[in-house]
Design a protein around this ligand. Sequence first.
Ligand code: DX5
Ligand code: ZN
Length: 220
Amino acid sequence: MSSKLIAPSVLAADFANLQRDIEMVNQSEADWFHIDIMDGVFVPNISFGMPVLQAIAKHAKKTIDVHLMIVDPDRYIKTFAELGSDVLTVHYEACTHLHRTLQAIRAEGMKAGVALNPHTNINVLEDTINDIDLVCLMSVNPGFGGQSFIENTYTKVQQLKALITRKGASTLIEIDGGVTNKNAKTLTQAGADVLVAGSYVFKSNNQPETIKGLKAIANS
Ligand code: DX5
Ligand code: ZN
């Protein structure tokens, strides 16, 4: 089985020491950078935008996984490709023509991701799963770091894994929100491939060790 990936969420980093925190992730056992872009419309919070992503990309040496929590994401697909995004994830709830959006993301050379809010059933991906490189299951309501994990996510991972298998797709399953050493193993056993962790990593005293420990648990 391929190894499970850890994606520290830069939303929880120290923005006054961003380069230091990016270098920490570069040196650590983490696999991806998870970058949360919020517009204050799709979610009730504004994080950061293009200039900050550009600064992150200048130093990041690992896969850049961008999570767009914005309305009408089609407007910015090309821009995020130019900024260095490797994976671009849009919200199902924000896309009227999801299939077209996925094609546009892939046409720019990026992996296409779809995020589902906690209230959105995985069945809505029945007809697009073969066109999706990554499904991000939100295990908190999007908008803020540091929230508690929603337990119903375990069932959704199993349902999504079953859909991917049934359709013969090679889609990765990512979990975003409230991930810690307490839920990591259950999530990867249920079929999760990528674990996003913000507060759990950046609020810890020894961040590289926390990443290492989480990766070990995820792969145990
Ligand atoms: C929430 C974001 C998450 C967030 C996770 O809207 O999508 O990526 O940074 O933070 P934690 O791990 O603290 O829940
Ligand atoms: Zn996210």
